[in-house]
Design a protein around this ligand. Structure first.
Ligand code: NAD
Length: 485
């Protein structure tokens, strides 16, 4: 075991670590290619045991009541803060994001538990008047039971917390399957929660391939509901395999940043650069394409190019580095294919455009700005998930809106314009979960509702603050004859 790990990596089931798997998979530092550790590649039966452990623990956790659960959420938040340096280091070497950004993610994880602690105490029901005299009809909210939670590798702490904290606060138990390429941070994070006193079986961690252990927890009748963040393709499969269970599906996006002719170009360029380059572009709400009025497109592209070139690409542990490597080979290949396809089809590469193996691994990809993009190119049509700003120059507002709407995705979008009334009327016509006006497309806070627009491939349901707690509970009605009602 590497000396920076607090423990041998394993599954965590019913309050016990299991480190005796028959099959193992390597976890690789994306910045160096070094194998950091071997983690279990678990079979279905391990996931089945985790479901049983969660089912055993859940009734007592429900019975503990909202106040005790809120107290536990606060303890978990404090424990995360106390381990923040260690967790940020592991997150940095496992995922590839710069250390300061990793520390920010850990801080937000603690915030997520405090928010759930606050909100969990106020999951109120209602009293409903009836036509029939002498009946008291009340509703209350109860946990769904055992939650299947499957998470991706881009925010391997914050995204799990979006499900774990509300689940714990509302009295559910969880079986959590993280993305294999960020298994190490999942283990270290789980260890912090366990050591802070989370009762055995309330959260169970199972490492392995999504198509095996992820599929098991989705399809097994022992789980009551599903929380999944990942790609649209996997989300569709999960909806089939978990048919009939309540779903929270947070899927992909290809969010446009619409820049009207009257926009503040400097602010729009900053939003495009932050929206596309933060986390090396590996954000579902990233700016996937910039739709610019042709009158300002060139000036905008020039400013975005300057901002791209100001980034420092390099080992994420080093001070001053602002962008680390991509997390894995799959995302590198998609990014490279989209960029090369666009250039072949006539786009101009203003800066970047290639991988930089000389920095330590092939996964380093330069912040890239492309102009001359047309709506039919793959980079305009599909989510890239890498550090690329593709700029489309379009005739007028009508063309901006028509290209913005011509997409299967609807997660997050942005509009820049001095005319806020006009921007507002454009915003309400877009089928995105979030439209940010004069703000980057990936602006979001933990309590704000977030999710895909209906009739899009971007997901089902809303997470964020009370919305996740509501989704993770069901309304139950009780009627009782009471004189006087
Ligand atoms: P992915 O769908 O390939 O994998 C996501 C998770 O699903 C992983 O843990 C994986 O192991 C698991 N999985 C894979 N196949 C499975 C199966 N058959 N059954 C059950 N689980 C399975 O996605 P990815 O490439 O790891 O993540 C990037 C995608 O996630 C992007 O499309 C991105 O937009 C999306 N994402 C969305 C949000 C959001 O909040 N909407 C946030 C972050 C990422």
């Amino acid at each position: 075991m590497k000396d920076f790990l607090s423990r041998p990596p394993g599954n965590f089931i019913g309050g016990a670590w299991e480190c005796d798997a028959a099959d193992w998979m390597p976890v690789i530092n994306p910045a160096t290619g070094e194998v950091l550790a071997q983690v279990p590649n678990s079979p279905r039966k391990t996931a089945q045991r985790a479901i049983s452990a969660a089912a055993d623990a859940q009734p007592a956790w429900d019975a503990a009541g909202a106040w005790r659960r809120a107290e536990m959420c606060r303890k978990l938040a404090d424990a995360i803060d106390a381990s923040s340096e260690h967790l940020a280091y592991i997150l940095c070497v496992d995922q590839g994001k710069p250390l300061a950004q990793a520390a920010g993610e850990i801080g937000k994880a603690a915030d997520g538990f405090r928010l759930a602690a606050d909100l969990g105490k106020y999951m109120t029901g209602e009293t409903i008047p009836t036509e029939t005299r002498g009946r008291l009809v009340v509703t209350h909210r109860r946990p769904r039971g055992v939650y299947a939670v499957i998470t991706p590798w881009n925010f391997p702490v914050n995204i799990p917390v979006e499900y774990l904290a509300p689940a714990i606060a509302t009295g559910n138990a969880v079986v959590w399957v993280p993305a294999p390429s960020t298994s190490l941070i999942a283990v270290e994070f789980m260890a912090v929660l366990a050591e802070a006193g989370l009762p055995d079986g309330v959260v169970n961690l199972v490492l392995g391939e999504g198509a095996v252990v992820g599929d098991e927890i989705v399809s097994n009748p022992g789980t009551a509901a599903i929380g999944f963040t990942g790609s649209a393709a996997t989300g569709r499969r999960i909806a089939e395999r978990g048919a009939g269970k309540p779903l929270l599906l947070e899927l992909g996006g290809n969010g446009p940043l619409i820049v009207r002719a009257d926009a503040d170009i400097e602010k729009a360029a900053e939003a495009a650069a932050v929206g596309a380059f933060a986390n090396a572009g590996q954000i579902c709400a990233a700016t996937g394409r910039v739709l610019a009025d042709r009158r300002i497109a060139e000036a905008l592209a020039e400013r975005v190019r300057e901002k791209a070139e100001a980034h420092v690409l390099g080992n994420p542990l080093h001070q001053g580095v602002t962008m680390g490597p991509l997390n894995n080979q799959g995302v590198l290949e998609k990014t490279r294919a989209h960029v090369e396809d666009a250039i072949r089809a006539g786009a101009r590469c203003l800066t970047g455009g290639k991988s930089r193996p000389d920095l330590g691994s092939e996964l380093f990809f330069e912040p890239t700005v492309l102009s001359g993009i047309t709506p039919d190119m793959d980079i305009a049509r599909y989510e890239t998930f890498g550090p690329v700003v593709p700029i489309l120059s379009l005739e007028d507002d009508e063309a901006l809106m028509s290209v913005a709407k011509d997409t299967d995705y609807g997660l997050s979008m942005g509009i820049f314009s001095h005319d806020v009334g006009k921007a507002m009327s454009m915003a309400v016509q877009l089928r995105a979960g979030i439209v940010n006006i004069n703000e980057r497309s990936n602006f979001w806070e933990l309590h704000v509702p977030f999710g895909g627009g209906s009739r899009t491939q971007s997901g089902v349901g809303r997470i964020g603050g009370r919305h996740t707690l509501e989704a993770m509970t069901e309304i139950a009605t009780v009627t009782v004859p009471v004189e006087g009602f």
